[in-house]
Every structure is written in structure tokens, then in C-alpha cells.
Ligand binder design. Sequence first.
Ligand code: ACM
Length: 690
Amino acid sequence: MDIIYKPIIFCLCLLLGHTVLSQQAEYALMPMPQELISQEGKFRIDTTFQVAVQGNPDERIYANATRLIRSISERTGIFLHAQGFVKPEDKDANAPVLITVSRPGKVVLHEDESYQLTIDENQVKIEAPTDLGAIHGMATLLQLLQADTAGYYFPALQINDNPRFAWRGLMLDVARHFLPMDVIKRNLDGMSATKLNVLHLHLSDNQGFRVESKVYPKLHELGSDGQYFTQQQIGDIIAYADALGIRVVPEFDLPGHATAMLVAYPELGSQDQAYEIERYWGIFDPVLDPTNDYTYQFLDSLLGEMASLFPDDYFHIGGDENTGKHWDQNPEIQAYMKANNIKDNHELQTVFNERLLPIIQKHGKKMMGWDEILQPGVPKDIVIQSWRGKESLYEAAKQGYQGVLSNGYYIDLVQPTNEHYLNDPIPADANLTEEQEALILGGEATMWSEHVTPETVDSRIWPRTAAIAERYWSPQSVNDVEDMYERLDKISLYLETVGLMHLRNKGMLMRRLANGYDTEALEVLVDVIEPLKIYQRNAGGTMYTSFSPYTKIADVATPDQKVAREFRDDVDHYLQKSTEEEAEAIRTKLSLWEANHHQLLPTIRKSPVLKEIEDLSYHLSQLGAVGLEAMDIIAYQATVPEEWPERAKKVVELAKQQGGRTEIMVVSAVEKLVTQAIQEEGRNNTNTKY
Ligand code: ACM
């Protein structure tokens, strides 16, 4: 059946492929499935909506089916007759939604996650070898909910789906800023909605050790400011993730990034000193002493305890960014190196990793680490997580190592979605054989938490991570940026219904900043600014610490602003085609911005925290004014004073300045209008002169 069926689907897709691709945005799906065949008809949702499960699934299917029913009821407002709950004995083959699962899935790497979803006018069918696949099928179904004047429906179609990559991760750094249970759980829900399947928790760093240890309790007592997960909570996270088919991979960063551990147990350090929890951001010198046997005894007990908390096969030991300075400064370590013919700190870290490896293995785990751990001779079942560049990933694959790509997926850098989206784990120029390609397990978006708190972290992760999730799941050929953005804007709204706070918290953050309910003018500004990108927000590394306020304009501002992005697109289209519709949209925005400074000033006056945006707000209004003048020149050949070009260019230059660690994201578009206007104006003047 399978063998005959798949080629038919494949041939149909070849025939329909063009139609399917051009219709992507019509389905607000993210990730897009491997194969989608649209059909005529609609499955209407009414009060009889119910789900039945047949076959041999894990019991987690029932909770997920209940969530499906609840979500449909909540989003449609329909009072369902069946009151929602799916009973294990309800195997009604005629149920509106029929889920068929062959066997319980295991939440492990390379588990079968495939599913088929068939929707016709009478029934929705999800068929999958494991319940993990069926859960993905339900996630797809939930994204397919649509409405017309007659009500809510799912469009008739056939989807045949499975992931391109087996490792589709999100890393949350809970060490630098602690992210408590509710943040973890709602982000797991977001991951499930976008078919991500690995939650990587970065649990220790210079600023905190975030898990209760019963063996070495001073770790959480002295190394966490009281902000850590109890062992019970770790169990809860794992159970919550498992119910969604998501693995949890723990990371304890060693031997560097270890100040918080050394606060508790300074005897592990490479300097004879007391340590304090690090409050600044950056790379620091405290490091474990790799020449001391006690270090390994300690790690054996600690990692044994931690390994028993986390059931996943993989255990991440960090391994990144060791400055080596404390090793250089310690005469005993230097003597050890000389006696053992260890020529540099790199080799010394290899010695450390070599002694750590059997400890990890003894506790039943496979070792994972940042790309620094790739050293000659490390065993082939380790996983390299590549952050410094893709080359190390491909080099590792050529040597037979498995890898996960994170370079290019640093979502903390607040870059536009398209840059992450087009960053393929296996680009054409990787030059890998098929066997080597199979060693690239996938990727992980990394949410480093220097500049986020529980209030703001969702807006740094979502919705951009949905596009990254598509990169990990969907065929490589799904890479149309315009189409991605069209779907992303819809998915962003959907993710809010899943419980994420990326949109919701904006209102709260703005009201606090405005010191009142009226945030209308503030929002006009917020909608066109973004936090400074890459590492510019904290230039010099001394502006922010753990306890800085992350409640300011740069924290309300979010990456890849929709309003600004659409304005830039409108300007580009207008300058190519001069359509009246786009001209109108551009003018509306420019007028709004021109008038906004006057509207916003009273709020700035009564809310001193907003003083830092006064210039920014003024620059936006000036941009609005010269933008309108530029439009008049372009559209109506309006005459302007001789000094206009210089004045307009000056306004544009001033608007490029940062304010409150944010930047205005429509400057480049207004600059294009000004440039065009100056050209046209030059022509007009030439005409009048001659
Ligand atoms: C890293 O960003 N240091 C892994």
C-alpha cells in the first residue's frame, strides 16, 4: 500500500506542484508540509465536532486530542455537543476527526514523526505510524482552521508529511536570566505548534546554576540568587515536553562559563580565590581546574545526579569560550602541562574533555558540545553544535561526526526573519556526500538571555522561530521569503492563541512606560523601531547587567517589525510601478508619523523614562514630513525650495541615529523616496531652465 501510494502522491505533486507552491500563502501553515495537494470542498465545523482515536498510540494522544477540541471550540465559539473529551474506548470510525496510530512513539532522536492528513467534506483523517506523527498532524490541522461567511471550516486537501531533519531545536538560556516554569511551558506549546522537537536548556553559566542539586546543594543555594528549578520542576518540564513529543537536552557549560559553580565550590577553580556570581555580560576567566582529580570526582557525582534527572540520550557539556587565562596564571597547572607534554590550553581542554567523556558515558549518555569540543580522537557518537561557523559543522561531518547547526540561528541578535530563514543547514556549497549529509541532524535556534526577561523573551523567540522551524522541517525548496512573511504574520496571531506572550506583553510594557492607559502615540513609534542588532545594543559590554531594567523602549521594540517591513515593501513596489494604492498607503503612514511627535510629547513629559526617545520621536516626524514632500515631487512634480535636497538628506541622516538603544526601521525607505525625488526634481529643474 505504502509503496504504491507514495509514488502516486509524488506524481500528483509533480503535476500539481506549481499550483501547490503558488498557493502556499493561502494556507497559513508553518512549517509547510512535504507534500500538499489541495482539493475542492470544505469540512464544516459544527456542534458535532469530535475526535476518535484508534490503533495503538501512547496515552499522550488523548491529552493532545483534547487540546485540539478545546482549541477548535475556543477559536470558533461553537458549543460542542460532545463536551470535548476523547475517551480511549471511542474508536468510532465515522467520527468527524479520526486519528489512527500504529504504535506508541518514543521521544528519542530519529523516531518516526511522519503523518498523513486527509480532509474531505465528511471527515478529517490523521494516520501516523506513531502518536508523535499524529500530534504533528493535529498541529497542522489547527493551523488550517479558516472561516467564510457560512462559518468555520478546514479546506479539503491531502497532506503527506515528515520532517527533513530529525533534530529541530530551541535553546533557552535559563542561566543568564532565569526563565521560570510558565515561560518554559508556553514555549514548549509554541514549539509543538511549529513541530520543533528538542528543547535545549542552557542550565549553568557565569551568572547562575539553575538546577537544584541534592548532592552539592551549595550550587543552587549560592549560585542562583534563589532562582533555580527544583528537581520536581525539572521532572515537570520533561513530562510536559514528553506529552508534546519534545525531547529535553540539558547543558551544563564546562570548564569555562562556570563562575556560578565556583561561587559554591571555589576549590574546583583554577585560581585560589573566592568567586562572585557574575553580573555583567561577556566572556570571563573563571574555569575549572582540569589537572585536579577532585574536579572529576565532583563532576562524576554531579553529572550522575543531573543525568538521572534528564532521560534524553544526549547530555551537553558546553565547552565554549574558555579564555584559558586562569590556566596561564596558575604555576601548578603550567607544571602539569609541562610534565604531561601538553603544549597549549586547547590541548589541555582536550585532556579535560577526554576525562569527562567516560563520566558522561558511564551515566548512560552521549556527549554533545559546542564546536570547540571537536578534537582529534573524540568518539564518533558525540554531537557537535556549531555556533562559530558552518565550516566546523561540515568539517565535523567529513570526519564522521554528527552535528547540529546554530550558527545563523542566534535569535537573540534580533535580526530579520529572512536571514535565519534562508540559512540552510545543508546549503549547496557544503560539498558533502549523501552519507555526510545524513550526519547533519538539523539545527537549533539559540535564545541567549542577556537582554531578555520572562516579560520579553517570547517576543525575541516568536514569531521568527516559526520560520526557522520551517527551515528544519520543510523541503529545502520552500524558500520564498515573501510567501514566508505572509504566512508568518498569520502564524504569529495563531501562536498567541497557543499561549505565547510575544504580542500580548507589548500593551503591558507600553502602559508601564507611558505611565497611563493612552499608548496610541507611543505605539506608532514602537511599530517602526527595533532594538539595535547583533551586539550593538550593549556596545562595550558595560551598559547592561543582570539587574538592569529590561523594561525600556528597546525591550518593547521587537525584531522584524511588521509595520516597518510593509512600509519598506510598499516603497519598493511604488518606486517600481507607481501604483496609486501603494502611494496612498505610503502617504497615510508618512502623515501619521509626521503628526506623531506632537501627540507623543505629552506622554514623554509625564513619563521621564521616555525622555530617551524624544529625539527619536522628533526624527520620525521629520522623516514623515520629508517623505510626504518627496512623494509630492515624485507624483506631482511639486516645486520645492532650492535647499530642499540638502535639508531632506540631513533629516534622513539624523534619523539614522539610535535612540534608547533602538533604531528607526523606515529610514532606508524614506531615503529611497528622497533620492528618487531629488532625481526627479533635478529633471524638472532642468526642464524649466531650458
Ligand atoms: C556560544 O555562543 N558561546 C555557544
